[in-house]
Design a protein. Structure first.
Length: 134
């Protein structure tokens, strides 16, 4: 008989993945004590979702196998059969990292500078001599 763990309601079970020692630029090594950045992990289990007062099911927005980011201090740490994982509420997941042929609407293309992706932070921020007008 296999031992299993099922996430309840709007819970997500995540196994932490190691963070890179370097920043995206590859130049600065971030010391362990200075890391207040979101944690990264792979989803191991997903609950059936949250039910509203009217009885409608609101599904969890992530799937098993996806790579997610979450707050360092969120969730409850569990250990099962030697594997350490965290049980998070679905709303504690801050984002999903994925690869795609085309960048979908609302997603950030990680390889591009931020000012290229967001029309609100466009050329006005790139040109520091100009004043940003509201």
């Amino acid at each position: 008989m296999k031992r299993c763990f099922r996430a309840q309601r709007d819970r997500v079970v995540v196994k932490e993945l190691p963070l890179d020692e370097k920043t995206l630029s590859g130049r600065i090594i971030v010391p362990e004590r200075a890391r207040d950045i979101p944690m990264r992990g792979v989803v191991l289990a997903v609950g059936e979702g949250r039910f509203t007062e009217s009885g409608h099911n609101v599904p969890v927005g992530v799937e098993i196998g996806e790579t997610v980011y979450y707050s360092k201090y969120s969730g409850t740490e569990i250990q099962l059969e030697g594997t350490i994982a965290k049980v998070l509420r679905a709303d504690e997941v801050v984002g999903v990292y994925f690869e795609a042929e085309e960048v979908p609407a609302g997603a950030w293309h990680v390889e591009l500078p931020v000012e290229v992706c967001d029309p609100c932070i466009g050329p006005a921020w790139a040109d520091k001599d100009k004043e940003v007008q509201a």
